[in-house]
Design a protein around this ligand. Structure first.
Ligand code: F6R
Length: 236
């Protein structure tokens, strides 16, 4: 594992965007695993900047997102599909039909999960997976549990996650309590993983995840078993 500490969120975003840009330049038809939340916003801004400068071409890139809230369709301004369109997809030349986010509105989220895993396999797996980390150690929406779940699956969100994400909604009561998330299999099979976290509040969970025991009670700790993980932490 390569653990990089930088001072500012700006530096974190630039380093992360450069890794993703190098991935795309080296393999123009890369499959990117993407994350939402506040951590990658600066990275997506940088990638947009590189695209606008003519340095980066997304025309043959495919993306698969980690997760989506149950019950929110892509037109809802807190859905992760909406987030991705706004923060990246609508700003660069990626083909919309090559961008995938699991559907939180599917009638059967278990079946949706199976179809999503089949899709990822058909795409040849993920070349580079970008991850954030929750204060409880979740990656995607794989919450602390007694076991790791391999497949893309429906989940009940942890009360701490609902609380943390309430900042994006009008009130805590508006945060969906369920979601669908990529499971550990597709994440762990990604050829390269970049996990980003900013601010002192994330320091303790990063220490637990990367220097503590590997346990489903700290879901991100499974990443210690992956051969190519870069963690980028910014102190501010
Ligand atoms: C979002 C996701 C989550 C976030 C995590 C951290 O797609 O997969 O695991 O990465 O909740 O969120 P932020 O970046 O808002 O602190």
């Amino acid at each position: 594992m390569n653990f990089i500490t930088v001072k500012t969120y700006e530096e974190l975003s630039e380093k992360t965007a450069k890794l993703i840009a190098a991935q795309i330049t080296g393999k123009p038809d890369s499959v990117l695993g993407l994350a939402t939340g506040s951590s990658p916003v600066g990275t997506y801004d940088k990638l947009t900047e590189y695209f606008n400068n003519g340095e980066l071409d997304f025309s043959t890139v495919t993306s698969v997102n980690l997760d989506e809230y149950a019950g929110l369709d892509g037109s809802h301004n807190q859905s992760y599909r909406y987030f991705m369109n706004k923060n990246l997809f609508d700003r660069v030349n990626i083909k919309k039909e090559n961008t995938y986010v699991p559907s939180g509105c599917a009638d059967d989220l278990v079946e949706e999960g199976k179809a999503y895993d089949t899709l990822i396999k058909k795409l040849g797996g993920i070349d580079l997976q970008l991850l954030g980390i929750g204060l409880d150690g979740h990656i995607g929406f794989n919450e602390p549990d007694e076991f790791f779940t391999a497949e893309t699956h429906p989940v009940s969100l942890d009360p701490s996650t609902i609380k943390a994400n309430a900042r994006f909604f009008e009130s805590e009561a508006d945060v969906p309590t369920k979601a669908i998330t990529m499971g550990m299999m597709s994440i762990m099979q990604a050829r390269k993983i970049v996990l980003i976290a900013n601010g002192q509040a994330k320091k303790e969970i990063l220490e637990k995840a990367f220097y503590g025991p590997i346990t489903p009670l700290v879901p991100a700790s499974i990443l210690q078993l992956h051969a190519d993980v870069t963690v980028i932490f910014s102190e501010n």
